[in-house]
Design a protein around this ligand. Structure first.
Ligand SMILES: [Zn+2]
Ligand SMILES: [Zn+2]
Length: 238
């Protein structure tokens, strides 16, 4: 019974306060009606509901063959709006990031959208929703294995390199930070995996992989070519 300290202080610090200020702190805690929240009140992703409702107004309801649909010629101002909303998604990720490589990636994507805002194309090049639905899902088990592999890379020590996490290339957050991760692999490369929610809007508009700009509708049926890195990766799941 050395101290009346009840552990409440642990909410704020990993070390107990000096005994002479404990009374004050306990008082503060008891009367603190708004407990400190985690600093991450910013949502992981912006809502893209406006984008998708805009998209649904400019794309044919039957995606089976948009090129032959006589109603598929969209209104350029509507496309411009959809491009602008897509652009705002990447602005959001850009603004929330301190990772230089990630910010550059977002800038690159934004720069590819910007010309289409002012001069919208007559036709959207993106993939239909059915294509997104058919993408390979990366199961949680594999995500856990990927994360373990990245942790190994850190353990081997590559000089001053920061911890290498398994991040979504778009939102730059760990896949497994989502309670129910919904992660897809694009057919262009085994390592090109994304949160579906993050990559979906880009794919619907542009139809290319955000990492290598492969045109996905053309690559879907191609046999994957493995390089050394991928062989190493596959061993984990053999
Ligand atoms: Zn993401
Ligand atoms: Zn790719």
């Amino acid at each position: 019974m050395a101290t009346p300290y009840d552990g409440t202080y642990l909410l704020f610090s990993s070390t107990p306060p000096p005994s002479h200020i404990q009374t004050n702190i306990l008082f503060t805690v008891e009367h603190n009606v708004t407990p400190s929240k985690p600093s991450t009140t910013r949502p992981r992703r912006p809502s893209m509901s406006s984008f998708f409702s805009q998209l649904s107004s400019i794309t044919p309801s039957s995606p089976s063959d948009p090129n032959s649909n006589p109603h598929a010629v969209p209104d350029p101002p509507s496309i411009s709006d959809a491009e602008r909303l897509l652009h705002s998604q990447f602005v959001y990720f850009f603004n929330g990031s301190t990772d230089e490589a990630h910010r550059e990636r977002m800038e690159q994507l934004m720069s590819e959208i910007e010309p289409d805002i002012d001069n919208p194309p007559r036709k959207i090049e993106g993939v239909p929703q059915s294509y997104l639905d058919s993408l390979e899902r990366v199961p949680r088990k594999e995500l856990e294995a990927r994360r373990a592999k990245h942790a190994q890379v850190k353990g081997k020590g590559k000089g001053a390199r920061e911890e290498h996490k398994d991040l979504c290339p778009i939102c730059n957050e760990e896949f497994l930070a989502d309670e129910y991760p919904l992660v897809v692999r694009l057919p262009c490369h085994d390592s090109h995996v994304f949160d579906l929610e993050c990559v979906g809007p880009w794919l619907r508009m542009k139809g290319t992989c955000p990492l290598d700009r492969k045109e996905l509708m053309k690559k879907k049926e191609l046999v994957k070519v493995q390089d050394e890195d991928e062989e190493d990766y596959d061993e984990m799941f053999a």
